[in-house]
Design a protein around this ligand. Structure first.
Ligand code: ADP
Length: 327
C-alpha cells in the first residue's frame, strides 16, 4: 500500500510561461478541497534547496488566474544538479512534512523531478508549463497559446508597415530548440517561409523564391525565423538575404520577451486549471511520478522516466501547408 499524501508542495521552475499562476491556483484550491495542506515553494528548486517554503491558503491564490508570470517566481537552480543540493532540498521538504510535489515547468524541470523522485520517497507530478510546446505526451503546454497569439498580434502589426513600404521582413520569434511558435505564428500570419531548428533550410531555394517574387513585383514578403534556426536567428538570415538580393529592402524584427508575458489566453487558463486539478488527483489516487498532459482533449499521464526521453515531432504535412499556401 502506498502511503497517503497529506502535505504537498507546488513550484514553478525553469522558463516562465503565461498560465503558470492559473495552474498554481488550481493545485492549491484542489489540494485544500481534498483536505491537504499546500505549501508554495519559491523560485523553483532554489526554494527547495534554500528552504524558501510557505504555507498557502485558498486566498493566497485569489485574483491571479488572469496574471502572467508566476507569483511563486521561478529560477534555474545549479545546486539541484548535484546530489548534495538535492539532499538539502529533501531535508527541507521533510522539515515541513511535505510528502508530495507538483512541479510546473519545462523538460529540464521534469528531468530534475525524475532524478529527485528516483532518489527520494517523495512522489512528483510534472505539469508542462512552457511556451515552447516541445514536450511529447501532451498536445498543448501551458503558455504556448498565449505566446503564439502575442506573436501573431505583433507580426500583424509589422505586416501593416511592411505593406506600406514594400519591404521584406524577417521576424524572429522564440524557440531555441523548438520551432512550434514559429510554425504556428508563421502559418497564421501567412509567412512565405518559416525557418525552424528541427529542419535544415535550403537557403538557396528561399532566395530563389524571393527573387521570383521580386520579378512578379511581389515586394511584400514575410519570413518567420525561430531564434535557434541553423543560421543563428533573424539577423543572420537577414544578412545573407540582403547580400544576395541587394535591391530588396530587408528589415529584421526580433519579438523577444514580450512573447513570454501578458495575461494568459482563455485556452491557457483552461488547460492550466485542468492540469493543476489533475495533478492533485494523481497524488491522491497514488498515480505517482508522472507528468500530466492533454491528448485528444483527455488527460494523459506519462511516467516521468519516459517524459524526458521524447520530443514532439514537427508534422511534415504542416511544412507542406506552409509551402503550398505561400505560392
Ligand atoms: P525548463 O524546465 O524550462 O526546461 P531548465 O532546463 O533550465 O528549464 O531546468 C530548470 C531546472 O531544473 C534547472 O535549473 C535545474 O534546477 C533542474 N534540472 C534540469 N535538469 C536537471 C538534471 N539533469 N538534474 C537535476 N536537476 C535538473
Amino acid at each position: 500500500m502506498k502511503k497517503k499524501v497529506t502535505k504537498i508542495g507546488v513550484l514553478t521552475s525553469g522558463g516562465d510561461s503565461p498560465g503558470m499562476n492559473a495552474c498554481v491556483r488550481a493545485v492549491v484550491r484542489t489540494g485544500i478541497y481534498h483536505g491537504l495542506e499546500v505549501f508554495g515553494i519559491m523560485r523553483g528548486y532554489t526554494g527547495m534547496v534554500e528552504n524558501d517554503i510557505f504555507k498557502m491558503e485558498g486566498r493566497s491564490v485569489a485574483n491571479i488566474i488572469q496574471r502572467g508570470g508566476t507569483i511563486l517566481k521561478t529560477s534555474r537552480c545549479k545546486e539541484f544538479f548535484t546530489p548534495e543540493g538535492r539532499k538539502k532540498a529533501y531535508d527541507n521538504l521533510k522539515k515541513h512534512g511535505i510528502d508530495g510535489l507538483v512541479i510546473i515547468g519545462g523538460d529540464g524541470s521534469f528531468r530534475g523531478a525524475q532524478i529527485f523522485s528516483n532518489e527520494y520517497d517523495i512522489p512528483c507530478i510534472g505539469l508542462p508549463g512552457t511556451i515552447d510546446k516541445d514536450i511529447a505526451g501532451t498536445d498543448f503546454t501551458i503558455g504556448f497559446d498565449t505566446a503564439v497569439n502575442t506573436a501573431v498580434e505583433a507580426i500583424d502589426k509589422v505586416r501593416d508597415t511592411m505593406d506600406a513600404h514594400d519591404r521584406l521582413f524577417i521576424i524572429e520569434v522564440m524557440g531555441r530548440d523548438a520551432g512550434y511558435i514559429a510554425l504556428h505564428s508563421g502559418i497564421a500570419t501567412g509567412a512565405e517561409n518559416i525557418l525552424i531548428p528541427e529542419r535544415k533550410t535550403d537557403i538557396e531555394e528561399v532566395i530563389r523564391q524571393l527573387a521570383e517574387k521580386e520579378r512578379r513585383h511581389k515586394l511584400v514578403n514575410l519570413i518567420v525565423v525561430a531564434e535557434g534556426d541553423e543560421f543563428g536567428g533573424a539577423n543572420e538570415v537577414g544578412k545573407i538575404i540582403q547580400e544576395r538580393l541587394p535591391q530588396q529592402e530587408v528589415r529584421v524584427c526580433i519579438l523577444g520577451h514580450i512573447q513570454r508575458g501578458g495575461s494568459p489566453s482563455c485556452f491557457d487558463r483552461l488547460i492550466a486549471s485542468r492540469m493543476g486539478y489533475s495533478a492533485v488527483e494523481c497524488l491522491i489516487e497514488g498515480k505517482y511520478n508522472v507528468f500530466v498532459g492533454i491528448v485528444n482533449n483527455r488527460m494523459h499521464y506519462t511516467p516521468l522516466n519516459d517524459a524526458v526521453k521524447k520530443k514532439q515531432r514537427i508534422s511534415e504535412e504542416w511544412m507542406k501547408i506552409v509551402k503550398i499556401l505561400a505560392s
